[in-house]
Design a protein around this ligand. Sequence first.
Ligand code: ATP
Ligand code: MG
Length: 518
Amino acid sequence: MNRNIVEEIRAEIRRFQPQTLRKNVGRILHLADGVAFVDGLSEVRCHELVRFSNGVKGFALNLEEDRVGVVLLGDTSSLRAGDGAETTAQLLSVPVGPKLLGRVMDALGEPLDAKGPIEATERYPIERQAPGIIARQSISQPLQTGILAIDAMIPIGRGQRELIIGDRATGKTSLALDSILNQARLNAQGLESGDPKFRPVYSIYVAIGQKNSSIARTIQVLEEAGAMGFTIVIAAAAADNPANQYLAPYTGCAMGEWFMEHGQDALVIYDDLSKHAIAYRQISLILKRPSGREAYPGDIFYLHSRLLERAARLTAEAGGGSLTALPLVETQAGDISAYIPTNIISITDGQIFLDTELFNRGVRPAISVGISVSRVGSAAQTKGVKQVAGKLKLELGQYYELAAFAQFGSELDAPTQQRLDRGARIVQLFKQPMGQPLSVEQQILLLWSLQQGYGDDLPLRAIGEMRVSLPAFFGTHHQSLLDALGQASGFDAALEEQLHSAVKAWKQSLILPSLAAA
Ligand code: ATP
Ligand code: MG
């Protein structure tokens, strides 16, 4: 029981070291799209790297009685049937470590940026066993996305797996990217403060099957925000071969695991697993594996579960590191009951559902409150957030229901009208532009003020202004009060009293003139 778990994990890596594998040679029987069928490789292991006579590499995926299906990597146009092949006694592995931060790499960990070779001293196999139950502990620390609607209602904890799901162009990537930017911002702040207890979160963004232009834009956003220094980007674009798209998430995961196993925190984003499933389906069909639902091979569930199971929060004994995973999935016409979405919903600890209709109505981020959940994250919420966010989801749910009735124009009694007004203001507050993260203290302040009725007499369009000006006012005049809000102890009567007078002062100072103009 008290064996050192990190040692155990390292021993497991050693078990897979080259010397335990035997080499042998064979030749290509025939070639299909991106796959070579090879005979003679009787000693090959699944996922072992195979080298062909002209330098092309691949990895063994189908081990059959008389032949092996090898998935080819890179440019394969020079290969012909009859070419020689040899096993390399190496499992697919990628460089890992802190030197990777700031770099853009392909699915094999080769640099794609112009910053020279990757200076890593360690390599991890891309397929690993997930940490066992003894090495894990429950979620206890929040992963702040800076997005009010998420942190307040669907909180994510370090080590959690939370799915971001929605149709095309509903803001999935933006949400993930904003989370990375917020980590970078918090890291910079935390490291500057010199607090010895501060633990940075390193991010790994895995782009699968996206257009090159989208990936380039993402990298540009990260660079402009100064977040690249805390981030690793793995790119397997749509134009890349399916093998690379299939491998990319495992590569990103292995790189994240390095941080986790070294007692640090990492966040990995798989953008997105629908395209990953499609790449794997393509490979599987060429390998002639039997196809199942929606023509996906039967092991697609296992493929995703063994990837997402590798996210964890390790016990203090095992170093206390964590790997948080945010997989993204694209739905067709909001259908979350399709095969891949249901699979991944069942593997993750909750989902953030983005709704096209809300998005088109201007509610952005377009989070659908009713069907978004986080099953474990609230354990990691700070006391202050819990106090203000407790009833939020219920209130919003009731608001949406009432609003549906109210549109028939029936007479409404005063309490109903008041609930409607309050709900409309919460929705308005949750509309958060990209790249404008809010700190925990600011989030608590805003929600508390709204719940105390300070937004009720403001016109709806002033709520967006409030989201910016109220925290700014506190930043200038009441920084200590703002700091107190972020403390673990939550609210007490004295603090609330101070808050009341400060928020009143803010209303006097700023909003009233614009109210008058309304
Ligand atoms: P795809 O399916 O193409 O990958 P996606 O779901 O990842 O799309 P994004 O690319 O993140 O969606 O966003 C789509 C558009 O919505 C972008 O133009 C982005 O600028 C806009 N958008 C996303 N979030 C917000 C927001 N909070 N406020 C305003 N605009 C937003
Ligand atoms: Mg996207």
